[in-house]
Design a binder for this molecule. Sequence first.
Ligand SMILES: *[C@@H]1O[C@H](CO)[C@@H](O)[C@H](O)[C@H]1NC(C)=O
Length: 235
Amino acid sequence: MFGLKTTLKALLCGALILASVSADPTAETPNVELPNVAITADFPNAIAGLTPNLVSGEANKIKVTFKNSGKTDLKVDLIVGSVAEPEDYSQVIRKLTPYRYSTTLKADTTLILPYTINMEQASREVGLTLIADIVDSTKNHFPVLIYNSTVSFSEPMNSWIDLQLIFLYVLIAGIFVAIGMFLKGSFDPEVKKTTKKAPSMTPEEREAALEKMKVLDEDWIPEHHKKSPRVTKRR
Ligand SMILES: *[C@@H]1O[C@H](CO)[C@@H](O)[C@H](O)[C@H]1NC(C)=O
């Protein structure tokens, strides 16, 4: 951990020195040839010409493309990054998690490596600096700038909408359950009442009810039809 920290510090300092003396970088290391590598960063859902957008608290996967146009193999050791005030990059807000790759970047080839930024940041613009540590065949380390510009952070809108939708579903489900319980509560007692009433009839009551039905039944039957069965019965 200590070793990594010092390496990172050296890298960042190196990058700053490199930037400040960029007029003639070979003056620093006269015997070493600078690696012939071009690096670009692709941000998720980026729109050409607009400031890249990162979502606070989410894994923002950046695609870093390395193009080695030289005649010798190189190695991408690690990528380090920092987020700073957009007006003054020396005012660092946060150092990003470094990623160690130790991947070979063969001569005359292109390599794509992922770099994920996941940090909480209130919606605003910040300065983002990403630096790759490139190692040549003789183990010289070169800090190469991947990205050094503004990015804007935003709140995770989608997840907030998802959360609201879940609440809505729970609410609707609750309403249906309440309606179901209300309907059950208002119908059940009636069903019970009718089923309970029938057996509670005394034999006399039943007789009376049957008699009543008979009377009602016979009301529409013509007189001569009604009397004839009784006559036959009496015989
Ligand atoms: C990155 O950009 C800022 C603002 O343009 C500048 O001040 C800073 O020196 C740059 N850093 C590097 C390492 O080039």
